[in-house]
Design a binder for this molecule. Structure first.
Ligand code: GLU
Length: 424
């Protein structure tokens, strides 16, 4: 039996609650001014907009959108835009806090932001999604810009969404401004390798973590929950390097082959929804069962809050690498700590996305594209650099991998706050 903290908030906990607890845990290890920690518990500002959209049948519908700015001490705000029915002000704030830490762990000159629209994008036609995106870009125009706040794709948005967003902004500004968003198609200033980057970095960090524990990638069994862009690219990266990916899933269910699936043969959920659970595999199971499989590495790469007080005691994996943002609740994190199951956190593992976003932004500003080889090479170097910084903290303190990662991030942010000081 594991004992969860009785003072913990009842689950499900919101992203902002999880993010605040993680901040406080890291702060306890550092000599950071209380005022700075208090500041970082709150967003700088949150914008709420109402977006009128003409549906294909001629009717008009209102949608609610948010953009949360958390902290910009190290550079312009940066973070994705999510189209999902669960988008809320609270969620945007929590996710914007994670972006601040993520950018700091990667040592990128960006702060943290996040936003989105409360909508199920599957219920919109492509034309409706385009109109929604263009109007959202216009509503956010006063607060975004290549030196102010640079959105990117997240759940429910993709390169096409970013191209519309960039076009709407550019038309209004009267100049083509590719650097206002990242994650665009390469033909309009997007970076090669951007789409694969979050999954690729999950693969790189898994490889390093596995090596740290002296395990062999060739003997590794892996289960991946969620076979969208992050999950599919992580699974393929590890499969291509000899690991055995035994289970993957989409929202409808999981497929399992104890001898290892050919992940390059399974179409990802974004390419063709339904192709994962529809794949002809030896066994099928539910998403819940996948999370409790006896594998070496479990990669939750779908949505937040999937590892909770309810199932954490049943997880049999020897290591968890977070592909999604916030898949582990605080209580589940505590249970894994007690059970000595290392959890490599999202803000390190999936940070390849924002890292290649940074490369994209540099390419846009310089009006010069990099080759895919250069992108992947520089991504590898940046990931190893961040991994080394986190490993150093992990080795020198009695903390979890998550705490070690937050310590790296928070000390960089706190130092910048101290150097800049409070104005006026
Ligand atoms: N939405 C991605 C994330 O959560 C990428 C953000 C970006 O590239 O700005 O990291």
């Amino acid at each position: 039996m594991t004992t969860a903290d009785p003072t913990a908030e009842p689950e499900p906990e919101s992203a902002v609650e999880t993010a605040r607890r993680q901040l406080e845990r890291a702060a306890a290890h550092l000599d950071v001014d209380d005022g700075i920690v208090e500041r970082l518990r709150h967003p700088t500002s949150v914008y709420r907009v109402t977006i009128p959209v003409e549906r294909d049948d001629g009717s008009t519908e209102m949608f609610t959108g948010y953009r949360a700015h958390h902290d910009s001490v190290r550079g312009p705000y940066k973070g994705g835009l999510r189209y999902h029915p669960d988008v809320s002000e609270e969620e945007s704030i929590g996710l914007s806090m994670w972006m601040t830490w993520k950018c700091a762990v990667m040592n990128l000159p960006f702060g943290g932001a996040k936003g989105g629209i409360v909508v199920d994008p599957k219920e919109l036609s492509s034309d409706e999604k385009e109109r929604l995106t263009r109007r959202f870009a216009e509503e956010l125009r006063p607060i975004i810009g290549p030196m102010k706040d640079i959105p990117a794709p997240d759940m429910g948005t993709d390169p096409a969404t970013m191209a519309w967003f960039m076009d709407a902004y550019s038309m209004q500004e009267g100049e083509t401004t590719p650097g206002v968003v990242t994650g665009k198609p390469p033909v309009v200033g997007g970076s090669y390798g951007r789409e694969e980057a979050p999954g690729r970095s999950v693969g790189i960090i898994t490889r390093e973590a596995v090596d740290y524990y002296g395990w062999d990638l060739e003997d590794l069994t892996v289960a991946v929950q969620g076979f969208g862009s992050v999950g599919a690219n992580a699974a393929r990266y590890l499969d291509d390097r000899g690991a055995s990916v035994v289970a993957v899933s989409d929202v409808d269910g999981a497929i399992y082959d104890p001898d290892g699936l050919d992940t390059n043969d399974v179409e990802d959920h974004d390419e063709t929804p339904g192709m994962v659970s529809g794949y002809d595999a030896p066994e099928t199971m539910s998403n819940e069962e996948l999370l409790e499989l006896d594998v070496d590495v479990l990669i939750p790469a779908a949505i937040g809050n999937v590892l909770t007080a309810e199932n954490a005691a049943n997880v049999q994996a020897d290591m968890i690498v977070e592909g999604a943002n916030g898949p582990t609740t605080s209580t589940a994190g505590q249970i894994f700590e007690e059970r000595d199951i290392p959890v490599i956190p999202d803000i390190l593992a999936n940070a390849g996305g924002v890292t290649v976003s940074y490369f994209e932004w540099l390419q846009d500003i310089n009006r010069r594209a990099w080759s895919l080889e250069r992108v992947n090479q520089e991504l590898e170097e940046e990931m190893l650099e961040a991994w080394r910084a986190v490993r150093e903290e992990y080795d020198s303190r009695d903390v979890t991998w998550r705490d070690a990662t937050y310590i790296v991030a928070l000390s960089r942010i706190a130092e910048a706050h101290e150097a800049r000081g409070l104005w006026p």
